[in-house]
Design a protein around this ligand. Structure first.
Ligand code: NAD
Length: 514
């Protein structure tokens, strides 16, 4: 492996080896005696390290240990659980530069975005610490004299976390930090495309739990492909499966968990649009659209895929965007002068090329054409040109989430038409409007406005803060993670009625006297 940008030192600081057992119950790593799979960097095509695939025996060991650990962890007072999460946040602060670099090198997002992803982990730990003292239930007035009613929240048990490659560490922390303060234990299956980021996080968290003499099993890692994910989704011992990834995957996980009447929290694909009205601040609109469309090489669930532009400013936006695209520097994500890094692998490149071909076949016209970059610095074969096409919303390819930097421009005349176009896709994750006119903004936010889980004004579609609940509607899966009251998904609600009177009146005044 070439040691550009001090990667080796960061891998070393994170405790990663050339070959890593992929599964652990905390500080105990399990040698599954199975094959190792390689983690390749899309930045330069080098093998960063190898990780072992978990087999069923390893899976069983992990679940048994997690079940045992739950019996201890659920009895640790929530604020004390919060204290441990606070220390995990501090450990992440110390490792921010190294972990951010690994995320960038293993996944291909820019170093700045890698750092941002670790910052998001730190932020959610802080949020969870406060939450650990705020797991509130309500009290109700009973209709019966001498009775008291209230509700309380108890932990669920094992939370299975299945994550996608594009946020290889933050998504785990959104789930784990909340689940832990709620009293749950976690079993995490990271993406097989970014397994080393998972191993690094596990090493960080496990050390903190061990320092507090907590049992093995509160933080568990299990590596492998979709088959390991299937073990989690079919397992009755896992009451909640939080799965982040494609809609295709979410439908399978949702079905498997639903069949056993477990709970799933699904965070799936998006097809996000920005409406740019004739009353937009053009600077903000162009900058917001640019970052939304090309940031993370178009591989965010919230990436901007469609621009719905008022016909009176359509040509201006088109020209300005094309000019901005011509200035984009594409290259190694760890080199801070580059704006756009690679897509994750060859399969992603193939999907990008197929989408462009299909768009053209359906009638889309290139404003900025795509293509794969070759030559020095592009040897991994994963660098593609961000592309812009003029298209119609109803094209099959526009209705579909292509996880790559392809942006479609669509024209509209009335705000009602713009909202209809924005909502006219199967997915419902993120949406935005660029306008300085209050009536347009409010129409977009009204009940008849955007149907997405996220609706922004004068901000692009990507880059959510952890304080809000994150997730989307329709084929995005309906799950909510991170801030607000998303914690309730990780707990079970219990309603308690206590009779402190000397009688036994029945509810609804029912008489049952002998
Ligand atoms: P993917 O669906 O290919 O894989 C995601 C995870 O699911 C991986 O860990 C994979 O091993 C696992 N998996 C796949 N099939 C499974 C099955 N049948 N049972 C159990 N587990 C299974 O997705 P990806 O390519 O890694 O990520 C890109 C997708 O994720 C995009 O669609 C993107 O929009 C979505 N995403 C959504 C959010 C969100 O919060 N809504 C966040 C990040 C990514």
């Amino acid at each position: 492996m070439k040691d550009q940008f001090g990667i080796k030192e960061s891998l070393n600081n994170l405790g990663l080896k050339d070959e890593n057992p992929g599964s652990s119950t905390g500080q105990k790593w399990i040698d599954s005696k199975t094959e190792y799979f390689a983690s390749m960097s899309p930045a330069d095509g080098a093998v960063i390290g190898k990780v072992q695939v978990a087999d069923e025996k390893t899976y069983e060991t992990i679940i048994a240990q997690a079940q045992k650990a739950f019996e201890t962890w659920r009895n640790v007072p929530a604020p004390q659980r919060g204290e441990i999460v606070r220390e995990i946040g501090n450990a992440l602060r110390e490792k921010k530069a190294d972990l951010g670099k690994l995320v960038s090198y293993e996944m291909g997002k820019s170093y700045q975005e890698g750092l941002g992803e670790v910052q998001e982990m730190i932020d959610i730990c802080d949020f969870a610490v406060g939450l650990s003292r705020q797991l509130y239930g309500l009290t109700m007035h009973s209709e019966r004299p001498g009775h008291r009613m209230y509700e309380q929240w108890h932990p669920l048990g094992i939370v299975g976390i299945i994550s996608a490659f594009n946020f290889p560490v933050a998504v785990w922390s959104w789930n784990a930090a909340l689940a832990w303060v709620c009293g749950d234990v976690c079993v995490w299956k990271p993406s097989e495309k970014a397994p080393l980021s998972g191993v690094a996080c596990q090493l960080i968290a496990a050390e903190v739990f061990a320092k507090h003499n907590m049992p093995e099993g509160i933080s568990c890692l299990i590596n492998g492909d979709y088959k390991v994910g299937e073990l989690l989704s079919h397992d009755k011992r896992v009451p909640l499966v939080s799965a982040t990834g494609s809609t295709r995957m979410g439908k399978l996980v949702g079905k498997a968990v639903g069949e056993r009447l477990g709970r799933s929290l699904l965070e799936l694909g998006g097809n996000n649009a920005i409406i740019i009205t004739e009353n937009a601040d053009m600077e903000i609109a162009i900058r917001g659209s640019l970052f939304g469309a090309v940031g993370t090489a178009g591989q965010r669930c919230t990436s901007t895929r469609r621009l719905i532009i008022h016909s009176s400013i359509y040509e201006t936006v088109k020209t300005r965007l094309a000019a901005a695209y011509s200035k984009l520097v594409i290259g190694n994500p760890l080199d801070e002068k580059n704006h756009v890094g690679p897509v994750i692998d060859q399969a992603a490149v193939d999907m990008y090329l197929a989408a462009i071909e299909k768009a053209k076949a359906e009638g889309a016209k290139a404003v900025v054409d795509g293509g794969v970059l070759t030559g020095e610095g592009y040897e991994s074969g994963c660098y593609v040109k961000p592309a812009i096409f003029e298209a119609e919303n109803h094209y099959e390819i526009v209705q579909h989430e292509t996880f790559a930097p392809i942006l479609y421009l669509i024209k509209y005349d009335t705000i009602a038409e713009a909202i209809e176009l924005q909502n006219g896709v199967p997915q419902g994750l993120s949406s935005a409007i660029m306008t300085l006119k209050m009536r347009e903004a409010e129409a977009f936010l009204a009940v008849s406005g955007s149907d997405c889980g996220i609706a922004n004004v004068n901000i692009g579609t990507s880059g959510a803060e952890i304080g809000g609940a994150f997730g989307g509607e329709k084929e995005t899966g309906g799950g909510r993670e991170s801030g607000s009251d998303a914690w309730k998904a990780y707990m079970r609600r219990q309603t308690n009625t206590i009779n402190y009177s000397t009688a036994l009146p029945l509810a609804q005044g029912i008489k049952f006297d002998i």
